[in-house]
Design a protein around this ligand. Structure first.
Ligand SMILES: NC(=O)c1ccc[n+]([C@@H]2O[C@H](COP(=O)([O-])OP(=O)(O)OC[C@H]3O[C@@H](n4cnc5c(N)ncnc54)[C@H](OP(=O)(O)O)[C@@H]3O)[C@@H](O)[C@H]2O)c1
Length: 209
């Protein structure tokens, strides 16, 4: 699958590497395709270009930008209608005081308004990059919830989640995205404040058989 990743930071490069290993073609959309970071990505075998250039070649677009840059990144990404757009951003207030979107909505629903016509999903926001590198803990896999409206696109996102090694769990329609953003707040809070957990833990599903 051709996956465009807007934002070549920690999340973008971690997921890009994991998907590349699984045989996906990764295209990074960056602000400067000729700086040293971009040149390094090219030498590592990735395609790198301006956002609109790479999204036009991709079936799936991952938004991996800081929340405050996300509207701008979407505007620079050209026509996203019909594309599967995965929003992994977290609209965090400073000092982790909550979500920086009104109570009755979520960052992902805001993204869906900005990315008109795209099929938007929330995923990969609920845990740290440490777990994106390594989501397997002994016999258990970390969970990654996915929400969004169109089922065909959701199947694609669930597969990409599984390709990274997570257990993909369908969390419903995009209106559930706020729950996933609140879950991210909990993970970040524990990662920053719990003396024993730090960032070396993940959420997982236990099933009663
Ligand atoms: N870090 C985590 O563990 C984690 C986990 C889950 C979710 N998240 C969320 O994922 C998002 C990315 O986090 P991160 O840790 O990967 O951040 P990061 O390391 O700071 O990377 C952000 C990247 O976005 C790029 N960028 C900014 N504006 C852009 C634009 N208009 N067009 C294209 N690229 C742009 C930056 O490029 P420059 O290098 O040019 O500045 C940078 O490479 C955030 O919303 C965060 O809340 C993070």
């Amino acid at each position: 699958m051709d996956v465009a990743i807007i934002g070549a930071g920690r999340v973008g490069t971690t997921l890009g590497a994991a998907w590349k290993l699984q045989g996906h073609r990764i295209l990074f959309g960056v602000r400067n395709p000729h700086d040293s970071k971009s040149n390094r990505l090219v030498t590592e075998g990735y395609n790198v270009g301006m956002a609109a250039e790479v999204t036009s070649q991709a079936d799936v677009v991952l938004l991996a930008t800081p929340w405050r840059a996300t509207k701008n990144a979407i505007q620079s990404a050209g026509d996203l209608s019909g594309k599967v757009v995965i929003d992994c951003t977290n609209p965090l207030k400073g000092s982790l005081a909550g979500l920086d979107v009104p109570q009755d909505t979520s960052g992902a629903q805001q993204v869906a308004q900005w990315a008109r016509g795209a099929r938007v999903y929330k995923a990969f926001n609920q845990t740290g990059t440490e777990n994106m590198v390594s989501p397997v803990f002994g016999s258990q896999r970390a969970v990654m919830f996915v929400c969004g409206d169109d089922q065909a696109g959701k199947d694609v996102v669930m597969q990409l989640v599984s390709d990274v090694g997570f257990e993909a769990v369908d969390a419903g329609r995009l209106e559930s995205a706020r729950k996933l953003e609140e879950l991210a707040l909990l993970w970040i809070h524990l990662g920053a404040n719990h003396p024993e957990l730090r960032r070396q833990f993940a959420f997982s599903i236990l099933r009663r058989r």
